[in-house]
Design a protein. Structure first.
Ligand code: OSB
Ligand code: MG
Length: 366
């Protein structure tokens, strides 16, 4: 494929309201938008969804800026990238930094789709035309009004962020407002071994699943819990690549996997994990990163694959932003979002808004 330049933009998107978890408060969303272009004027977009602080995984927006600028761009031979699937093997010499790699790979996928006139979903063998949407209820939204407002939008699944010590109170409150809401919780690794018995008491709620109860890296502890828990354990931060997914499944550490393109190092790796999970009869769903419509469009293509059988953290542009980087924004209707069918990611970047929210930029001729 022809790739003539790569550019990076550091952008800052204002959030509609702060997103609070037990790990802290996000007031504005800092992202890197990666653009890959060719001489015919086609532009492909990808997004680095690391956060400004390393509370979720170890990467940050600054480490990604450095890794792309000083390691990926100078060392890889873009002439050897005939297809976006070839990109990962060009960066195997760079350890870790999945989000930096995923942002670049995403721009290549969008560009390749535009060069060949195919939608991302079509290129990867997606089979769904629409995907089911799910809402994440941050600690700032877990009020009666916040939950009602989300329920009125008609999401298919609701995920509560865990506030240690208040989980029963929050779940009970939601159940009181809406007894039949399909509910799950996400602990982001907040529990430890001493919570093993307590977690088993949560079985009585019949939650759809409990996401990432313990810290990433501890497949053993998750296995011990899953053995004694009826509720499925879902892994998020624990699965940073294909090998992690394989170990988690073979060890019995979980029954569900949350796949995020960024966390696993790109769309190629995400597809590989999806295919392996399908073969092992482990359902998957697509995670979210409070990201722009660029990432959302990539997520929708991924979630159109057959084994994405559980509604993901997929929401419309208006969930977190007043105005999105793509126009028109991604829309959720009756609990579903349409998978874009135009070439590449299938949504148009609002270039003037992108310029307006750009704090710094850099361009690399290739
Ligand atoms: O664990 O999935 C997570 C947000 C920030 C960091 C980690 C996570 C999340 C979310 C939000 O759950 C997902 C979204 O709606 O974009
Ligand atoms: Mg999570």
């Amino acid at each position: 494929m022809n790739i003539d330049y790569l550019s990076l933009r550091l952008v800052e998107l204002p959030l509609r309201s702060p997103f609070r978890t037990h790990q802290g408060l996000i007031k504005k969303r800092t992202l890197i938008i990666v653009e890959a272009g060719d001489q015919a004027g086609r532009k492909g977009y990808g997004e680095v969804t690391a956060f400004a602080e390393p509370f979720y995984t170890s990467e940050t927006i600054q480490t990604a800026w450095h890794i792309i600028s000083d390691c990926i761009v100078p060392t890889i031979d873009f002439q050897k990238v005939m297809h976006p699937f070839d990109f990962p093997e060009q960066v195997t010499g760079i350890q870790g930094h999945p989000m930096a790699k995923a942002g670049v790979e995403g721009a290549l996928w969008d560009l390749y789709g535009k060069q060949t006139g195919q939608s991302l979903s079509h290129m990867i063998g997606g089979s769904r035309k629409r995907v089911k949407a799910g809402a994440v209820i941050s600690l700032s939204d877990s009020t009666a009004e916040g939950i009602k407002a989300l329920e009125e939008k008609g999401y298919e699944r609701y995920k509560l962020k865990v506030d240690i010590g208040r989980e029963r109170e929050i779940i009970d409150q939601v159940k009181q407002i809406s007894p039949d809401l399909p509910l799950m919780i996400d602990a982001n690794g907040a529990y430890t071994e001493k919570d093993m018995d307590y977690l088993q008491t949560l079985d009585e709620y019949g939650l759809i699943m409990i996401e990432q109860p313990f810290q990433a890296g501890d497949f053993y502890l998750h296995q011990q819990l899953q053995q004694h828990l009826k509720t499925p354990v879902c892994l998020d931060e624990s699965v940073m690549n294909f090998h992690d997914a394989k170990q988690a499944i073979q060890l019995g550490s979980c029954q569900v996997i949350n796949i995020k393109i960024s966390r696993v190092g790109g769309l190629s790796a995400a597809i590989k994990i999806h295919d392996y999970c399908a073969q092992e009869n482990v359902p998957v769903w697509c995670g979210g990163m409070i990201e722009s419509g660029i990432s959302k469009a990539h997520n929708l293509a991924l979630a159109s694959l057959p084994n994405f059988s559980i509604p993901g953290d997929l929401s419309g542009s208006d969930r977190y932003f007043q105005k999105d980087l793509v126009t028109p924004g991604i829309q959720m209707e009756n609990g579903e979002i349409e998978v874009p069918s135009l070439p590449g990611m299938g949504v148009e970047v609002d270039e003037s808004y992108l310029e307006r929210v750009t704090k710094k930029s850099k361009i690399f001729g290739l």
